[in-house]
Design a protein around this ligand. Structure first.
Ligand SMILES: [Fe+2]
Ligand SMILES: [Fe+2]
Length: 243
């Protein structure tokens, strides 16, 4: 199986004032990686104007771009419009589904979506009490179920899960423990562990840590821009691990 070089970043939080800046940093990316994964929080407040900046910055790159939205991209209730604008710019936007990208004879499968919170095994929210609490937990459960389904049907040589929220606690180290339930959910890791994946990429935890692992042994990488400290990071998937 041929190794793949995957560029990844999250939390680029673009706005009109930095139009052109991020694009410049992506120059030559095709020499370093074969695909770019972007793990949500593309904008600051999820406005149409910011969405257009993202479409302009990430559109028409020489390599395929796969993105998911983050919580910031939902803030102005324009998430559907932003996703449509990105798709119009040629960006693949996952919404609890999957895509297979043929890369020079090797098939990269990417599954995922925004994800959601709820916390981690032993210290997590449960579907109990007020309707608002039940709706919160149910939202994550439904997402995890859709990811499980997407992964089950994903036929590819390498499989990556792209999320905004974290599936594990490891990559949250550095964040205040009080907000862990709002940063991710173990249900996302359970879905990936049940169906298998080579790598999970996420963002959202700006103060977190890059490397972690699911209970089932899938490598997890927090690629939030402030965590990786670069415009993107490149991982090599070779069937034996993530380098
Ligand atoms: Fe963010
Ligand atoms: Fe976020």
């Amino acid at each position: 199986m041929r190794a793949l070089r995957i560029a990844a970043v999250a939390d680029i939080h673009l706005g009109e004032d930095i139009r052109g800046h991020y694009r410049k940093k992506l120059e030559g990316i095709e020499h370093r990686a074969e695909v770019l994964l972007v793990g949500g929080d593309l904008t600051r407040h999820g406005t149409i104007e910011e969405g257009q900046v993202v479409a302009d910055e990430l559109g028409d790159l020489p390599i395929p771009v796969v993105a998911v939205l983050g919580n910031h991209d939902y803030h102005s209730d324009a998430d559907r419009e932003i996703a449509a604008m990105l798709r119009d710019a040629g960006i693949i936007v996952l919404d609890d589904d999957a895509v297979v990208i043929p890369l020079d004879g090797t098939r990269l499968g990417v599954a995922g979506g925004k994800g959601f919170g709820g916390g981690f095994a032993g210290k997590c929210a449960s579907e109990f009490g007020e309707p608002e609490t039940k709706a919160f937990v149910r939202h994550t459960k439904e997402i995890a179920e859709r990811w499980r389904h997407a992964l089950k049907n994903l036929d590819a040589d390498h499989r990556v899960v792209l999320s905004h929220y974290s599936p594990v606690k490891d990559t949250l180290a550095g964040e205040p423990p009080e907000i862990y339930p709002f940063l991710g959910s173990y249900l996302l890791a359970e879905a990936a562990d049940a169906e298998g994946a080579d790598l999970i990429v996420h963002g959202h935890a700006h103060l977190g840590t890059e490397k972690g692992m699911t209970p089932g042994g899938i490598r997890v990488r927090n690629v939030a821009l402030p965590v990786i400290g670069h415009s993107y990071v490149v991982y090599c998937l070779d069937g034996e691990g993530v380098h």
